[in-house]
Design a protein around this ligand. Structure first.
Ligand code: SF4
Length: 446
């Protein structure tokens, strides 16, 4: 670990017992969104800086005032996070980990396994009482742009350029909402400029100075980023491959780029890797949920990866449970069994009652019996997620006054997208496999 060579305040004494809520991320990891928002990690719930993202707790300013990594790393906010963690406080910013909001296997544990033995002691040696640290990030989640070739129905313009284009073409952007200001052409230009200069420079420096131990390639779609191929090749060229661990969240629509193969030319030359392959359903339903997916091609790319796999944890199916995806729970598990890989399962985010792609949009009397049927044939993470859903409030229970209105808004959006995308196979077709669910759907004003 390299340090800046100045020192500010007093050391804090390392407590006998490690504070239970202390996470390694604020000392080792850094996250940058495709709009250049900075956070502790992709799961933290923090106030937005400029433009609000989906799990932020407070709107941003609506103006574009990007922070460099140096400004962010020891900002008042980051120092406060570190101080509170060192004092053993339970941080609201970390509710996703504290309360297992997304899945049971929380992100904090990941950082713990990866970095605690090497860096935990350094936290106390190199962080002063203000929370200022001399440690620097060695773990990077830099989302260089929102470039993505898919338009998954659970996603949106911030994470997918294909979504952004569609929104623009159909006049669907609400410029009255400051969170969309990043799509104003002048601001969009400024973001691109900041990405092409500052962000590239920060990451290139980290690569050249051998400060990359872990990279999380997410998007947009990371395998569409030329940066992915360029920087990974450079890391290997510099001889750093054997100390780098790379993680991916990818739609796996491509595994080759200009003569370079992901498995043989990149992953075969680094210490270890892990790919979470996003898939929310097989065949037609999978292709409906994830517009852009060519299921047969995806399966070929997956099979190629399985042949290259050195151990089972290297490739996992990253399944986000949605309402149409309830029909696919068995098929996804069969696929995982056939391929000899595991499933990571989570439920689609739903912080408002119009997220009708969530299973929680269903009323309890339809949802629970369906879950019971699925739980019987499920195991592992899938079973956990399904079981947990039974204990979470449905939208109707959580937002009794806004429920109907939320459903109507959500359905109208689904229908609008189906029209725009000229879908031959629709939500109605999917739900027709379960008459009670179809009746519910038909009863929503949309
Ligand atoms: S506890 Fe969870 S949400 Fe908080 S910084 Fe760590 S990984 Fe991120």
């Amino acid at each position: 670990m390299r340090h800046t060579n100045y020192w500010r305040g007093k050391f804090l004494k390392e407590p006998k017992n490690r504070p239970g809520t202390l996470c390694m991320a604020p000392w080792t990891h850094t996250y940058l969104s495709p709009q250049t928002e900075r956070r502790m990690c992709c799961a933290s719930r923090e106030p937005a800086q400029n433009f609000e993202q989906y799990i932020d707790t407070q709107a941003g300013t609506g103006r574009y005032e990007p922070l460099t990594l140096a400004q962010h790393w020891n900002s008042e906010h980051m120092k406060s996070v570190r101080r509170r963690m060192m004092a053993g406080e339970t941080l609201p910013e970390c509710a996703v980990c504290n309360d297992k909001l997304l899945n049971t296997d929380v992100y904090r544990t990941y950082f713990d396994h990866l970095f605690s033995s090497k860096y935990y002691g350094q936290i106390w040696e190199h962080t002063d009482e203000s929370g200022h640290t001399r440690m620097q990030p060695v773990s990077w989640d830099y989302r260089f742009t929102n470039l993505c070739n898919f338009k998954c129905r659970t996603c949106g313009d911030m994470l997918s350029s294909a979504w952004e284009t569609e929104q623009r073409q159909h006049g669907m952007i609400d410029f009255g909402n400051p969170k969309n200001n990043w799509m104003i052409p002048e601001i969009r230009g400024e973001i691109s400029k900041f990405q092409d200069t500052q962000i590239e420079q920060e990451f290139a420096e980290a690569v050249e100075q051998h400060r990359v131990e872990e990279i999380y390639w997410v998007g947009g779609e990371p395998l569409m980023y030329e940066q992915h191929w360029r920087y990974m090749k450079r890391i290997i060229e510099l001889g750093d491959g054997p100390r780098v661990y790379a993680r991916y969240n990818t739609n796996l629509s491509r595994v080759d780029y200009r003569g370079t193969n992901l498995y043989t030319d990149i992953l075969g030359r680094i210490r270890d890797w892990q790919i979470c392959v996003s898939i929310d359903g097989t065949k037609e339903i999978g292709e409906y949920i994830r517009t852009g997916l060519d299921y047969d091609r995806w399966l070929e790319n997956l099979s190629q990866g399985i042949e290259a796999m050195g151990h089972r944890r290297q490739i996992r199916l990253d399944f986000t449970l949605t309402l149409p995806g309830l029909f696919e729970v068995d098929q996804i598990q069969t696929l995982a069994r056939q391929k000899g890989i595991d499933i990571l399962a989570k439920v689609v985010f739903s912080f408002t009652p119009d997220i009708i792609m969530s299973p929680l949009a269903l009323p309890r009397h339809i949802l629970d019996p369906w879950l019971d049927e699925l739980i019987i044939n499920s195991g592992g993470a899938m079973r956990d997620v399904l079981s947990q859903l039974k204990h979470r409030p449905t939208f109707e229970e959580q937002w009794p006054d806004q429920y109907q209105q939320g459903l109507a808004k959500g359905k109208a959006r689904v229908l609008q997208l189906e029209r725009i995308r000229k879908d031959q196979f629709t939500m109605r077709d999917i739900l027709s496999n379960r008459p009670q669910a179809l009746e519910w759907w038909n009863g929503i004003d949309g």
